[in-house]
Design a protein around this ligand. Structure first.
Ligand code: NAD
Length: 494
C-alpha cells in the first residue's frame, strides 16, 4: 500500500524506518545493527542491518543459483520487459514514499526528490525494459562454408555498489540495465542511504522479479562492500562512488577472481564562460551546475572559468540568481539547499572554505554555515573569486556548495585551465560562437560536454568519465548494456 511523504516523516520521527538484507531465507537480525540518523537534525530514524562477508556470500550464492536456473536469465527479453514495466508502475505508485525516504536519509530537498529524482528513476526502468527486446546480435561476413553468429549474453552475477548522493536514481542506473540484460544482481547501497533501495527491491519482488535474481545486502563499505569486491563468484562489480574507493575495487579484483570492474567516480568539472555568452540566459544553468543537490553531485560544475572581461558582471548575476536558492530543512517544499549528508562530510566542506580563505582567494558570496538549522550541517552556496590552479579548491572534489572562480584571457588558456584536472567527468561551455563551441567541446577531456547549459544528457545518452573519473563502461544509454553483457562467437561449420 503506497504511503505519503507525511507518513514517512512520521515514521522517521518515531525511529521506525528500517533497511536490511533481502536474501532468500534471510530473517532480519538485531545483531550488529547500525543506527540510522537523518542529516536533517541528526536524530535517529531507525536502523539498518550491518552485512558481513557471510551475508554477501549468501546473496551471491542465491544470485548464482538463480542465474544458473534460468528463472530470470532464461526468460525472453519480452518476458523480462513485462516484469520490469510492472515494477516501474509500482515505483510510480510509491513515488511519494520513495521520495520521502531519500529526503530523510540523504537530506535531499523533497521537491527535488519528487520532481526530479523519482521521475528519472521510473523513466530509467521503463527505458531499459522497452529497449531490451530491440537489441540484436550480428552475423559475420563468412563464405558459404560457415555461419558466424556474434551474440550478446548476460555476464552472470553483477555486484552493484552505490553512492549516497542520488540513492534511488543510482540504484536504477545500475539495476535496470543489468536485470533487463538477464543478469542476477546483488545490490550494496551506501550505508548512509539504504532505505529507498530496500523498498525498491521489495517492490521488484511484488512485480515478479525472482528473489534470487535481485538481492540486497546493506552495511558498511569496509565490510559488505569489500566482501562483494573480493568474492570469487561475482563476475562484475559496477561501482559508483569516490575515486579513492574505486581504486580499492581494482585491487579487490586483482587479488580475487579478476572480475570486471566498472568505475563511475568523482569529478571537478569546469564551466567555461566566453566573453560573448548570453549572461542572462546562462545564469540559471551555471547555478544549477554549481549548487544543485547541495553540490553533492559527481558532475557538479565546481570550477567557473570565465573570461576576465565579464567576470564582475557574471558574479553580479550569480549573486542575484542565488536570492532564489533557499537554504532550509529539506522537508520544506520551498528549500533548494539542505544539509550536508553527514558530520564528517560537513567538516570536510567547511575545511575547504577555511583553507581557501587562508590561501588568499576572495569570498565573493556566501560562506555562512547555518548552525541555527537542525543538525547545523547546512552550508550556504559559496563563491570564491581569484582561485588559482595551485589551490586545493581548484584541484579537489569538495562535494559541497563551494564554487571556484578563475579567469582567462584567451581560448587556449581557457582550454588549458579546464583540462588541468585529474578528473574528466563533465564540462559546460557558454558561447554564442558555434565554431568555437565545436572546437572547445572537442578539446575538452570530459565524458559529457554541454554547450550553453548544464546537463548530464538523459537516459538515452551514455554517462561516464575520462581520466580518474572512471572507466570500464558507461551508465545510461544503450551503452550501459555493454557493461552487463559479454560477446560470444558461435561458429557453424558447413
Ligand atoms: P564512497 O566511495 O565513499 O562510497 C561508495 C560506495 O562504496 C558505498 O556503497 C560504500 O559503502 C562503498 N565503500 C566505501 N568504502 C569501501 C571499501 N573500503 N570497500 C568497498 N566498498 C566501499 O562514495 P560516496 O561518498 O558514497 O559518494 C560520493 C562519491 O561518488 C563522489 O566522489 C562522487 O563524485 C561519486 N559519484 C560519481 C558518479 C558518477 O556517475 N561518476 C555518480 C554519483 C556519485
Amino acid at each position: 500500500m503506497p504511503i505519503s511523504t507525511d507518513q514517512v516523516f512520521a515514521q522517521a520521527r518515531e525511529a521506525r524506518l528500517f533497511a536490511g538484507h533481502l536474501i532468500p531465507g534471510h530473517r532480519p537480525s538485531q545483531a550488529g545493527r547500525l543506527e540510522n540518523r537523518t542529516p536533517i537534525d541528526d536524530t535517529p530514524i531507525g536502523w539498518i542491518e550491518a552485512g558481513n562477508a557471510e551475508d554477501v556470500d549468501k546473496a551471491v550464492r542465491a544470485a548464482r543459483a538463480s542465474f544458473e536456473s534460468g528463472e530470470w536469465s532464461g526468460l525472453s527479453p519480452a518476458q523480462r520487459k513485462a516484469v520490469l514495466l510492472r515494477w516501474a508502475d509500482l515505483l510510480e505508485a510509491h513515488t511519494e514514499e520513495l521520495a520521502a525516504l531519500d529526503c530523510i536519509d540523504a537530506g535531499k530537498p523533497i521537491t527535488e526528490c519528487l520532481n526530479t529524482d523519482m521521475p528519472a528513476t521510473i523513466d530509467t526502468f521503463r527505458w531499459y525494459a522497452e529497449a531490451i527486446d530491440k537489441v540484436f546480435g550480428k552475423i559475420s561476413p563468412t563464405g558459404s562454408d560457415a555461419l558466424g553468429l556474434i551474440v550478446k549474453e548476460p555476464i552472470g552475477v553483477v555486484g552493484a555498489v552505490l553512492p549516497w548522493n542520488f540513492p534511488a536514481q543510482m540504484y536504477a542506473w545500475k539495476v535496470a540495465p543489468a536485470l533487463a540484460a538477464g543478469n542476477a544482481v546483488v545490490v550494496k547501497p551506501a550505508e548512509l542511504t539504504s532505505l529507498s533501495a530496500y523498498r525498491m527491491t521489495q517492490l521488484a519482488y511484488e512485480a515478479g522479479v525472482p528473489e534470487g535474481a535481485l538481492t540486497l545486502v546493506t552495511g558498511l563499505g569496509e565490510e559488505a562492500g569489500e566482501a562483494l569486491g573480493r568474492h570469487m563468484d561475482v563476475d562484475i562489480v559496477s561501482f559508483t562512488g569516490s575515486t579513492e574507493v574505486g581504486r580499492l575495487f581494482l585491487r579487490y579484483s586483482a587479488e580475487s577472481n579478476l572480475k570486471e570492474i566498472v568505475l563511475e567516480c568523482g569529478g571537478k568539472s569546469p564551466q567555461v564562460v566566453f566573453e560573448d555568452a548570453d549572461l542572462d540566459g546562462i545564469t540559471p544553468h551555471i547555478l544549477a551546475a554549481a549548487f544543485w543537490n547541495m553540490s553533492e553531485n559527481c558532475s557538479c560544475g565546481s570550477r567557473l572559468i570565465v573570461h576576465a572581461s565579464i567576470k564582475d558582471r557574471l558574479l553580479e548575476q550569480l549573486r542575484a540568481g542565488l536570492a532564489d536558492w533557499k537554504v532550509g530543512l529539506p522537508t520544506d517544499p520551498a528549500t533548494s539547499i539542505g544539509p550536508m549528508v553527514e558530520k564528517a562530510h560537513f567538516d570536510k566542506v567547511k575545511s575547504f572554505i577555511d583553507d581557501t580563505l587562508e590561501a588568499g582567494a576572495r569570498l565573493a558570496h556566501g560562506g555562512k554555515i547555518h548552525d541555527e538549522l537542525g543538525s547545523g550541517w547546512y552550508v550556504e552556496p559559496t563563491i570564491f573569486d581569484g582561485v588559482t590552479p595551485d589551490m586545493r579548491l581548484f584541484r579537489n572534489e569538495v562535494f559541497g556548495p563551494v564554487l571556484a572562480v578563475t579567469t582567462f584571457e584567451d581560448e587556449q588558456e581557457a582550454v588549458r585551465l579546464a583540462n588541468d584536472s585529474v578528473y574528466g567527468l563533465a564540462a559546460s561551455i557558454y558561447t554564442q560562437n558555434l565554431k568555437r563551441a565545436q572546437r572547445v567541446s572537442s578539446a575538452l577531456r570530459a565524458g559529457t560536454v554541454s554547450v550553453n547549459g548544464f546537463s548530464e544528457g538523459d537516459i538515452t545518452t551514455p554517462f561516464g568519465g575520462y581520466k580518474q573519473s572512471g572507466f570500464g563502461g558507461r551508465d545510461n544509454g544503450l551503452e550501459a548494456f555493454d557493461q552487463y553483457q559479454q560477446t560470444k562467437t558461435i561458429w557453424y561449420v558447413n
